[in-house]
Design a protein around this ligand. Structure first.
Ligand SMILES: Nc1nc2c(c(=O)[nH]1)N[C@H]1C(S)=C(S)[C@@H](COP(=O)(O)O)O[C@H]1N2
Ligand SMILES: [Mo]
Length: 407
């Protein structure tokens, strides 16, 4: 009787493990798609959908834990004498709980201060890159399927009555299978972990080798930074950008650069590189927040205030929205005229005293510090005044039209 109960209990635990394996494989898979910059560029619409599915699966993954919760004490009792198993259990639980908690914060990040969601993102990333390979290994080696596989191998060995090898052939077969699984998982994850850790290893990562000409060769004359920019009055930015694009990065140089303001204005404006560099610039320090949770703090931007540019063009009365175009030919976004008059909205050229590099949206990008960064159009080359609403690139694909950041 007791034995039977014990057996049933064991089977239930196995089932929990099984479900965890499936759920977390799925979560890891969708999660990897979400962080992949290639994917962002190929099928951006699908990304929003994947994000929803990932979040739903995340919620579902709470269920096995809820189911397991009341059984935990009993489980620990059965593990009384097995220290390794107990430790393993604690590690797995810590990973699961941190992933779920940080995932919840990220899902409802609008209710939290940006520093808190940034922190949650670091936890989520860390637990993913360390935890998910571990969890997959753990779940696979404990699945019924794997046990069966091990048993099969064992039986095969017995059938064949293999010559006895050094040590214990059966055991070595078993560890071989496990180590093989572990190694395969580690191999798959190493490049991703490296990608993630790289920016945290101090010096900013060099631009990808396929990047266009160095800025000093692509642009002449170079804008000379104001004394507030170099050294940056903000003390230099803290944190790392994640470089996003929905197209291939447009290659911009002083020859193909142009910037214009048109639409519902009395005095349309147009500049080439040389003329644009001569415009009067201001310097400001602000934070940069992406809606997916990461932030860069105390960035010293130097550029032209948007409202100064708009004043030059003299906005017509009928104009209601300001539409921003990127030189990538695809990305756009808008602000209402009232929003566009904000004092901290800048058409930026320099970051911490250096010309903004290509992958960071340079040489000219928009900065809207009080809104999520999907408003901050990179490779900005045209501003159009319009009288009807235009839905921006990411808003069209599911991002909130209200991009204000809770302060
Ligand atoms: N042209 C263009 N602008 C863009 C984007 C983009 O993909 N293309 N991504 C937006 C988003 S969602 C963010 S978070 C920031 C990222 O800026 P970064 O790539 O310089 O870090 O740029 C915004 N502006
Ligand atoms: Mo973003």
């Amino acid at each position: 009787m007791f034995y039977q109960l014990q057996k049933k209990f064991g089977q239930q635990l196995k089932q929990v493990h099984h479900w965890n394996a499936i759920l977390f494989t799925f979560l890891a898979f969708t999660g990897l798609i979400l962080v992949s910059s290639d994917f962002r560029q190929w099928v951006p619409q699908v990304r929003i959908w994947v994000k929803d599915v990932h979040i739903w699966a995340g919620f579902v993954s709470i269920l096995p834990l809820v189911f397991y919760g009341p059984k935990m004490i009993r489980h620990l009792q059965t593990l009384r004498k097995r220290k390794a198993n107990r430790q393993n259990l604690y590690v797995v639980l810590i990973i699961l709980v941190s992933l779920i908690l940080s995932g919840l914060v990220l899902t409802y990040h609008r209710s939290f201060a940006p520093w808190f969601s940034s922190f949650a993102l670091v936890v989520h990333d860390l637990m993913t890159w360390i935890g998910v390979p571990y969890l997959i290994y753990h779940s696979i080696t404990r699945s019924l399927w794997f046990k069966k596989l091990e048993k099969q191998r064992l039986e095969k060995l017995k059938e064949k009555r293999m010559v006895i090898e050094d040590g214990n052939p059966i055991l070595s077969r078993r560890t071989l299978l496990r180590r093989g699984t572990g190694a395969a998982i580690a191999l798959i994850f190493t490049p991703f972990i490296y990608q993630w850790v790289k920016p945290y290893l101090g010096s900013p990562s060099p631009p990808p080798s396929s990047s266009p000409l160095p800025l000093t060769e692509a642009f002449s004359p170079l804008p000379s930074p104001s004394t507030k920019s170099k050294p940056p009055i903000g003390g230099g930015r803290r944190g790392n950008f994640r470089y996003y694009t929905v197209t291939t990065m447009p290659e911009i140089n002083d020859q193909n650069f142009s910037f214009k303001i048109d639409g519902l204005v009395d005095q349309p404006q147009s500049w080439n590189w040389k003329q644009f560099v001569e415009l009067n610039r201001d310097v400001q320090v602000s934070n940069f927040h992406c809606v997916t949770g990461w932030s860069v703090y105390d960035v010293t931007w130097e550029g032209i205030k948007l409202k100064d540019l708009l004043e030059r063009a003299t906005i017509k009365k009928e104009a209601k929205y300001v539409k921003f175009y990127s030189q990538d030919g695809v990305y756009t976004d808008t602000l209402t005229i009232e929003q566009a008059m904000g004092d901290d909205i800048m058409v930026a050229m320099l970051i911490d005293g250096e010309l903004i590099e290509n992958r960071n949206g340079g040489p000219v990008r928009l900065i809207v510090p009080k809104m999520y960064a999907y408003k901050s159009v990179k490779w900005l080359n045209r501003i159009e005044l319009i009288d009807h609403e235009h839905i921006g690139y990411w808003e069209k694909r599911g991002y909130d039209k209200n991009a204000w950041i809770k302060s």
